[in-house]
Write a protein that binds this ligand. Structure first.
Ligand code: ADP
Ligand code: MG
Length: 231
């Protein structure tokens, strides 16, 4: 599903070169839920950004569903994000002057969704328990509700790969637990492969596999107990 070979990222800072991510090899099987853990600054968001095509690696190969994404044009990357990859951020990243429904429908419209984007947005908002909130704007929603809209948006295009960067980081723990439950349910129902960056060991334990980063290196890669009834 996802294959990274020798993927690294360097940044120039004055005349110094920072190795933000050392060469990483990582293969993720279809349907797998992978948690990425590691201290702040260890390269988790950098890694996720490279997989999402939001940022270009300094070298190496990234294949999603057999397609090499390094070297794709901006347009190619936008189509990839719209069709294959869904992303959930810590800060929700909803567009403030669009309603919940418009936030979910817009990426479908931009990526040429095969179907009615507004209808699909309504379906997904109902899936995340927000069918009554479609016409609300982000400021009218609680943090947990905004994150549910972001999850609806991320899953709406039926992505093969769902990326989430500390999705519960701005939520209280009870709300965070419900958000995780929701993502795991959608993962089961849609067979989505998921990569979750988290600081939360309880959340990580619910994944199939935990990869640990430190100083831009993978320092651990372990399978957890396979979630009951899933595979
Ligand atoms: P994490 O998500 O694990 O907290 P990041 O991937 O955000 O870590 O960052 C990894 C390292 O790269 C950190 O040391 C950070 O300071 C550095 N870094 C990330 N982005 C930039 C940037 N645009 N300019 C300079 N340094 C950066
Ligand atoms: Mg981060």
């Amino acid at each position: 599903m996802l294959k990274l070979s020798g993927v690294y990222k360097t940044l120039k800072s004055g005349d110094r070169v920072l190795e933000v991510l050392k060469p990483v090899d990582l293969t993720v099987e279809p349907g797998q839920v992978l948690a990425i853990m590691g201290p702040s600054g260890s390269g988790k968001s950098t890694l996720l950004g490279l997989i999402a095509g939001l940022d270009a690696p300094s070298g190496g190969s990234i294949q999603i569903d057999g397609q090499e994404i390094t070297g794709l044009s901006e347009d190619g990357l936008a189509i990839l994000r719209g069709r294959k990859v869904g992303i959930v951020f810590q800060s929700f990243n909803l567009i403030p002057n669009l309603t919940a429904e418009e936030n979910v429908a817009l990426p479908l419209e931009l990526s040429g969704f095969d179907g009615d984007p507004v209808q699909r947005a309504k379906e997904l908002l109902s899936e995340v328990g927000l069918s009554e909130r479609g016409h609300h704007y982000p400021v009218q929603l609680s943090g947990g509700e905004q994150q549910r809209v972001a999850i609806a948006r991320a899953f709406a295009g039926r992505p093969a790969l769902l990326l989430a960067d500390e999705p519960t980081g701005n939520l209280d723990s009870a709300t965070g637990d419900r958000i995780v439950e929701l993502m795991l349910r959608l993962n089961r129902e849609q067979g989505t492969t998921m990569i979750l960056v988290t600081h939360d060991p309880d959340l990580a334990r619910q994944a199939d596999r935990i990869v640990s980063l430190r100083d831009g290196h993978i320092v651990g890669d372990e399978l957890t107990r396979i979630r009951e009834g899933v595979r």
